[in-house]
Design a protein around this ligand. Structure first.
Ligand code: NI
Length: 182
């Protein structure tokens, strides 16, 4: 089946909506790269771009492994910069912080300001199995932190006050009921 799966390029996958127990799990490290995992990464990019979004973590499509994808190029005519990160790790964070209005593909149409370190240095394994490291700033830094949080079962609403978080969760429960009926 491995070969067959490897030829099925770029398939959109359904995105889990909060609340879902799979979005609260700590994901397992990826031991070795395989064609299946590369296909999964390509599918995640396809799913992210189609949404549209700027980042997606494997648990959001129900895969509990440490894999994220992102592309924070905002300009309409900007050259895309898809990044695939297996086992991403933040190895240093700035004391200086940034506030961004964050959203999440698993929490549609809900946005809130979150404070995070402004600059982070991240190590990961890329799509070709190479060890990579890069320093991210601004939106890229916020996005990579948001996605790595997903791998630890943490959502951006976990940074909000309980009342606000509960309000958003109730809206999502209602959305899921409506979608289930449709
Ligand atoms: Ni998210």
């Amino acid at each position: 089946m491995g070969r067959l799966i490897a030829y099925m390029r770029r398939m959109k996958r359904p995105i889990l909506i909060h609340p879902d127990p799979r979005l609260k799990k700590v994901c397992a490290p990826v031991p070795d790269l395989s064609d299946d995992l590369r296909v999964l990464a390509d599918d995640m990019l396809e799913t992210m771009y189609a949404a549209p979004g700027i980042g997606l973590a494997a648990p959001q499509i129900g895969i509990l492994q440490r894999l994220i994808v992102l592309d924070c190029v905002k300009e309409e005519d900007g050259e895309p910069r898809p990044l695939v990160m297996f086992n991403p790790q933040i190895i240093s964070s700035s004391d200086e912080t940034n506030v961004y209005e964050e959203g999440c593909l698993s929490i549609p149409d809900q946005y809130a300001e979150v404070t995070r370190p402004k600059v982070v240095e991240v190590e990961w394994m890329d799509r070709d199995g190479n060890a990579r490291a890069e320093t991210f700033d601004g939106l890229w830094a916020t996005c990579v932190q948001h996605e790595i949080d997903h791998l630890n079962g943490k959502l951006f609403i976990d940074y909000l006050k309980p009342l606000k978080r509960q309000m958003i969760t109730r809206k999502m429960q209602k959305l899921k009921r409506e979608r289930a009926r449709a």
